[in-house]
Design a protein. Structure first.
Length: 669
């Protein structure tokens, strides 16, 4: 070594070479041991590096700079030897926030990094026949430490994980170090597993397996489905590749794609054999079944252990066997290539069929409820109808935050769904009261967007904070929930609600119903506008409206308010009625329902039909002003008769709810 600490010789990193492979090749060239080389280059004992991840993730910046200096590498070349370079696209490779912690806890994603052993391709270890690779072997690739890499596309074979001679796991050592890391007499491509425990303190023992890993026999070739999945995964890992991956018909980042892949793999394992029919081929299904349902072959875990370990595999960790891992990931990826999130939801329900526990107490669901993984939007949309369902306050499925992330909020949800939404998504349902169906759909939409309980959804929608209003909301939700459970498809109502959510999400500028309710608080039709409306009714002389008094103006105000705000008429303000004596106000209230029905439904009478069109035109005039500036127009309405303006259809007002039926009866279609 030179006086300044720089090594006299080094080697150039091979393409995709890992820090383990680089240290093995350089130590072999310098006729020293990997342990000595790690000490000299500053990697052994570097602060901020946990032993189990020492040779995999990136050490602290000072240690990395010293390592690059001593090995004649540029900072980019040195950093490229560590798995943290995959972190931007592969979340499990992200270094721990506290790498010095020895708590022993591992997150779900960290299990998807091979920290205790590695896979390998015998042909790649032979090298490219160049002088340096003939002497020291080919690259031990970084990607082999990623469970999602299970084949070698160049040689069209599955990767191996065991020595062909002793059967031990390759590069499995104590405390995350290489096995026999003190041994400087082994070639980088020889098996380093010890055949027996060396004497205490005697590091000169050479009882290593020493088998040449390059002599492994050819194995079975991957199927087309496996090769296609591997190519898709490698493209997502490639830092120079596209920044987006198609997942469930939607573009997403590579990092979220891998999170989806890991979550689905976990669910497939936990629900096996329910997922057997989802495998691309019977051969892959058999390979995964053999791994999950049959005992593992004995594998000697430590050199000083005479007994084989038969510990059951961690169901959160990927199979170490490449064929079984390929079967698992190919099945999961096949689900992610479905055309839309909604097509994945039935498969998810099917995979949950073997577990009767409450959803949020199942392990896979806790990933959403507790850990909140950063999965793709398509995955969230697929899981939301299962997890984000009705719930009383305090129940498990009354999630505090929404599963699905949507660009709209409660202000964009009408309290009583508008007519075109109802007709397209809910009108086909029978056997349920229309008013209850609309209330439940609005509340469930709010839960979908924001999470929380029914009471919180009612408050966010602007419903009155009274016991009567809450009981009305909860009774509607409970009734619809009970009705849905008895239908041939118990999930069709929830699917319809998410269809409505898709519709709002696809709207560039959704309606702000909160803004409209605020602008029309304590509002009624002003006398001048009411006179304009009366002047345009057929059969009336200008200025003579003996049958259009304050009671009719009060009813018309409620109709217009309800249409603009998308709210039930029972919650409408009625300032004109409030100014009347109590007995007269009660008479007006009781007679209002008849007026509502005649204006809305009695289209055979010219007068009622014309009044309905005029109120529609007047409401549109108000909407344009409120949506533009947030307030009602300063002056009265001076609209024209519908017949002279070409007519205004009630379909032009997309915020108009139908007349709700009484809560105790069935709706009129």
């Amino acid at each position: 070594m030179k006086p300044d600490g720089v090594l006299p010789r080094s080697v150039a990193p091979l393409p995709d070479e890992s820090i383990t492979g680089f240290v093995l090749r350089l130590a072999h060239r310098l006729d020293t041991s990997p342990a000595r080389l790690l000490v000299v280059t500053g990697l052994h004992g570097s602060p901020g590096t946990h032993p189990s991840r020492r040779l995999l993730t990136q050490p602290d910046p000072a240690a990395l700079r010293y390592f690059a200096h001593t090995t004649h590498l540029s900072p980019t070349e040195a950093a490229g030897l560590f798995l943290s370079t995959f972190a931007a696209r592969y979340p499990p490779a992200t270094p721990r926030p506290d790498p010095a912690s020895r708590s022993g806890t591992r997150t779900h994603l960290e299990r998807w990094l091979l920290t205790k052993s590695t896979r390998y391709c015998p042909h790649c270890l032979v090298g490219d026949r160049s002088t340096i690779q003939r002497r020291h072997g080919g690259p031990w690739q970084r990607a082999w430490r990623l469970p999602v890499v299970f084949t070698c596309p160049h040689h069209r074979r599955y990767l191996l994980h065991q020595c062909p001679t002793c059967g031990g796991l390759v590069h499995q050592g104590d405390h995350g170090h290489l096995p026999r890391w003190w041994d400087g007499n082994l070639h980088p491509t020889q098996c380093r597993a010890s055949t027996h425990q060396p004497p205490t303190g005697d590091h000169s023992d050479h009882g290593a397996c020493g088998a040449w890993l390059t002599d492994a026999r050819p194995g079975q070739r991957p199927s087309r489905a496996v090769s296609a999945t591997q190519q898709r995964i490698l493209a997502a890992l490639d830092a120079t590749g596209p920044d987006q991956v198609n997942c469930l018909g939607q573009p997403t980042s590579p990092a979220r794609y891998f999170t989806d892949l890991i979550l689905l793999s976990y669910l497939i394992r936990r629900s096996w054999p329910l997922a057997r029919d989802l495998a691309p081929s019977p051969a892959l299904a058999d390979a995964l079944d053999a791994y999950l349902t049959h005992p593992q072959k004995p594998i000697r875990r430590r050199p000083n252990t005479s007994q084989a370990s038969l510990r059951p595999p961690d169901d959160r960790a990927p199979p170490l066997d490449a064929v079984a891992c390929a079967a698992l990931l190919t099945t999961a990826d096949r689900l992610l290539t479905l055309e839309a999130p909604r097509t994945l939801t039935p498969h998810l329900r099917h995979l949950l069929g073997n577990n009767q526990r409450r959803l949020t107490r199942q392990g896979w669901a806790q990933q959403f409820v507790t850990d909140r993984p950063d999965c793709s939007e398509g995955m969230r949309h697929a899981f939301a109808p299962i997890l984000q369902t009705y719930a009383r306050p305090g129940r498990g499925r009354g999630l505090r935050t929404a599963i699905r992330r949507v660009p709209f909020g409660p202000e964009h949800i009408p309290q009583f769904l508008q007519d075109d939404w109802y007709q397209q998504h809910l009108a086909r349902f029978d056997g349920i009261n229309t008013a209850q169906l609309r209330r439940a759909a609005a509340l469930h939409l709010c839960q979908t967007a924001m999470g929380g309980s029914i009471r919180e959804a009612a408050s966010r929608l602007g419903l009155p904070d009274t016991r009567k209003a809450y009981r009305r909301s909860y009774f509607s939700v409970s009734t619809v929930h009970a009705w849905a459970r008895l239908r041939s498809d118990p999930h069709e109502f929830e699917a319809a609600v998410h269809d409505i959510a898709d519709r709002i999400e696809a709207t560039p500028q959704p309606i702000d119903y909160h803004r409209r309710r605020t602008a029309l608080r304590d509002w009624c039709i002003d006398p001048a506008s009411w006179t304009t409306i009366g002047d345009q009714l057929p059969g009336h002389s200008r200025g003579q409206h003996s049958d259009l008094g304050d009671r009719q103006r009060d009813c018309a105000s409620i109709i217009v308010w309800s249409r603009i705000t998308g709210t039930e008429r029972v919650f409408a303000p009625h300032p004109i009625r409030d100014q009347q004596p109590a007995d007269i106000a009660e008479q007006w209230r009781q007679r209002a329902h008849v007026t509502f029905a005649r204006v809305r439904d009695d289209s055979e009478h010219t007068r009622e039909a014309a009044l309905d069109q005029l109120l529609t035109a007047y409401a549109q005039w108000l909407i344009r002003a409120i949506d533009a500036v947030g307030t009602t127009p300063p002056g009265p309405w001076t609209g024209t008769h519908p017949q002279t303006s070409g007519g205004i259809s009630t379909r032009d007002l997309d915020t108009r709810p139908p007349l709700p039926a009484a809560d105790g009866g069935s709706s009129r279609k």
